[in-house]
Each structure stands twice: as structure tokens, then as C-alpha cells.
Design a protein around this ligand. Structure first.
Ligand SMILES: [Zn+2]
Length: 398
């Protein structure tokens, strides 16, 4: 029995988890390793193999009687399509009972698996487009997903939910979300935000977000065109952040927006330093400090810990920025034309280096080395097979 929640019947959703006390953001309410694991065939990790089915069935049979019953009561989105989920040769020659059992166990596994296995207790948390909890435990080490962490304050009696929707549904309007959830995962979401938006059109906020994102894509956060452009970019990033907050969008995405802000401010800082513009150096330092602190605060809450790099940039931003711009020296004033030419040449060279260096920040981000954990990204990287199927949990599981 958890001190934080109880599993109860939720109208229209089957079983779900409801808070039995007020829970603060950052609280880990459940930890645990997967109860059932199917070993992927490394030579073909995306397709079900004989090895995978054998290890799945053996892992399932290792559960206690109660565990097996609990497992079989989980939602299976493949009930009507069970003949399509396994290649025929894998169930060839089996008797009907055996075949049905395998299809059911595999269908439930596919519906509820959490990256590297199925945890019975974690499978009880329903989907919400404005979820108040998230999978955690990958944190800095990015090992496995083994905890449920609260990401916004939860009141007693409130359902605790997780957002399984892929990145593509982030900040998308009601119709788009419903269509995708229904087409791809076979259920109609009835989370608070969906209920609200089914009556009150909120498209303008999503459209505003989409327009800003299109003009200032995440990938271009660190690119430098001009100081004015960087200032506009930072203002747009701040606006996007507030739109996500307004729509209670995924916290996991919220820190990626803060990080974009940090990278934009970093490129502004580097170039302000190249030009020796003290006012702009101060302005971008200030922006970078704010974004780095915001990023660290959310990351810590969602992941539980920060990588050294994230601690450094949030606690000692100036030092961190100066390291990013160590190829960009400040120049002395001079009226000598010759020296000016030399200086310009040097400046161009250094600017190139500085740009290259600024790019490293992004490389870190792309590689995810120091980056926090992004469940959608991790799931997507693992292939479509298991992605999103979990969301089916929103539907009745009984
Ligand atoms: Zn929803």
C-alpha cells in the first residue's frame, strides 16, 4: 500500500491512482524494477522473436499467482488485433490455449511496457495531456526508468497521471491530440485539459506557440545572426515558455525551452564579448543566468538530480559562459589602420572558432550526454513498437 495514493475505479477510465494526501512536486511516489521483462533479440530488436517470446513467457510465469492475475487484468489494446501482433511462425503448431495465452501476455506487454519492461504498479497510472507526474529515475545516468515522480502539486483526491504522448503531440490542439490518441492508440482522452478544450476553444494559444516555434526552432537556438535577432529569439522563447505553462504542457518539454533560452543567450554573450559591448555582455549574462536557473530547477524536479555541467552553468553561469567563449578574446582600441585590418582578420577567425565552440553546447544537448531524461525521446529512439501503446492505459484496464 502506498502512502501517497490508492488504486481505485475511475469513471470512464477503469482503474487509476488517486492521491491520498497533498503531494509536492519532486516527490518520488513509486520506485521499482520491472516485474516482467522480455529480452529483445539484439540482432533484430524491433521485431518480436522466438527469444523475446520465450523470455517474456518465462518472466511472466515467474510472477506469483496474484502477480499473474494482476498482469492479466491490465489493459490490452490488441485484443481485437491479436492475430496481427506476432509473426505466424512464432506460434505455429501451438494448441489454441497456448496460442491465446501468448497473444494475451504479449499484447498486454506491448500495451503497458515501460521502456525496458513492465512494472505492474506503474502500469496503473493513466494518461493525461496535462499530467502531474512523470517517469523518472533515468536522470543523469540514463539507465532505466524506475520511478514515478510528481511534477506539479497534487491535491488529495486528485488522480495522478502520466503523459505518454510522443513529442509530436506537444502543444498540439484538442482535435489533433484526440485524433492521434484515438487513431494510433485507440482511446478518447478525457483528461482535465481535454474536457476543458472540448468546450472552450484554445486554438489561438496553440497557434501562437506553433508560429513562434516555426520562426525560432529549437535547433537554431544557438545560431547567431545579429544581436537584435538574438534578443527577439529570447523574447519568443520566454513567450513559448509562458504558453506551455498556461496550457500545463509537459514539464519535460518545459526545460528544453529554458535550455534553448540559455543557448540563445550564450551565443549573444559570446558575440557581445567579441565586440567588447559591455551593455550587451551584461544583458546576455543576465538572460543566461535566468534561463540556466530555470532549466536546473525544472530538471531537478523531473529527474531528481543534475549533471555536473548543469550544476555549473546554473550556479556559476558567468564562469561557464566564459568557458564557452574562451576562443573569443576582447580587443583593445587602436587607430592604426593596419592593426584594424589585422584585428578584423583575427576577429573573423576568432568568431568562427567562437561559433564552433557555441555549437558544442548544442552537441552536448543533441547527444544527451549531460542532458536530462526525455521519456518521449528515449521511447522514440527505442522504436515505434512499444511507443505510445502504453497510452491505452487510459482506457478501461479491467
Ligand atoms: Zn487529454
Amino acid at each position: 500500500m502506498s502512502e501517497y495514493y490508492k488504486v481505485v475505479e475511475i469513471p470512464g477510465k477503469g482503474l487509476g491512482c488517486v492521491a491520498v494526501k497533498k503531494i509536492e512536486p519532486g516527490t518520488v511516489i513509486l520506485t521499482g524494477e520491472p516485474d516482467v521483462i522480455a529480452q529483445r533479440d539484439t540482432s533484430n530488436p524491433l521485431l518480436p522473436s522466438k527469444k523475446l517470446i520465450e523470455s517474456l513467457m518465462s518472466s511472466f510465469k515467474n510472477l506469483s499467482q496474484t502477480g499473474q492475475e494482476e498482469y492479466l487484468s491490465l489493459h490490452n489494446q490488441w485484443v481485437e488485433k491479436s492475430d496481427k501482433i506476432l509473426p505466424k511462425d512464432l506460434i505455429l503448431g501451438m494448441n489454441q490455449d497456448e496460442k491465446q495465452k501468448i497473444l494475451k501476455v504479449y499484447g498486454i506487454y506491448k500495451t503497458n511496457t515501460h521502456e525496458d519492461g513492465l512494472n505492474l504498479k506503474m502500469s496503473r497510472f493513466n494518461h493525461s495531456c496535462c499530467s502531474n507526474a512523470a517517469f523518472g529515475g533515468l536522470g543523469v545516468e540514463r539507465t532505466k526508468c524506475n520511478e514515478i515522480r510528481v511534477v506539479s502539486e497534487i491535491e488529495i483526491g486528485e488522480e495522478i497521471s502520466i503523459n505518454y504522448a510522443p513529442t509530436s503531440l506537444f502543444m498540439k490542439n484538442f482535435q489533433t491530440r484526440q485524433m492521434a490518441l484515438s487513431n494510433d492508440w485507440g482511446f478518447k482522452c478525457s483528461c482535465n485539459i481535454c474536457v476543458d478544450e472540448s468546450q472552450n476553444n484554445a486554438d489561438d494559444l496553440y497557434e501562437e506557440f506553433a508560429m513562434l516555434r516555426q520562426e525560432f526552432p529549437s535547433e537554431g537556438a544557438q545560431e547567431f545572426e545579429s544581436f537584435t535577432n538574438t534578443q527577439r529569439k529570447i523574447a519568443a522563447i520566454r513567450k513559448m515558455y509562458s504558453l506551455v505553462q498556461k496550457k500545463k504542457g509537459s514539464r519535460i518539454k518545459l526545460y528544453t525551452i529554458s535550455e534553448d533560452g540559455l543557448f540563445a543567450a550564450t551565443s549573444g554573450y559570446i558575440h557581445a564579448k567579441i565586440e567588447g559591448n559591455r551593455a550587451l555582455i551584461g544583458e546576455f549574462l543576465n538572460e543566461a543566468e535566468n534561463f540556466a536557473k530555470q532549466d536546473a530547477r525544472i530538471r531537478k524536479m523531473v529527474n531528481g538530480s543534475l549533471a555536473d555541467e548543469q550544476v555549473k552553468r546554473s550556479e556559476n553561469t558567468k564562469q561557464w559562459l566564459d568557458e564557452q567563449s574562451r576562443f573569443a578574446p576582447l580587443f583593445q582600441d587602436s587607430d592604426s589602420e593596419k592593426l584594424d585590418k589585422m584585428r578584423n582578420r583575427k576577429m573573423k577567425k576568432e568568431e568562427k572558432k567562437a561559433k564552433k565552440n557555441a555549437g558544442r553546447v548544442i552537441v552536448n544537448k543533441a547527444e544527451g550526454v549531460t542532458d536530462g531524461y526525455d521519456i518521449e525521446k528515449v521511447l522514440e529512439e527505442l522504436g515505434e513498437l512499444d511507443l505510445g501503446k502504453k497510452s491505452k492505459k487510459n482506457k478501461s484496464k479491467k
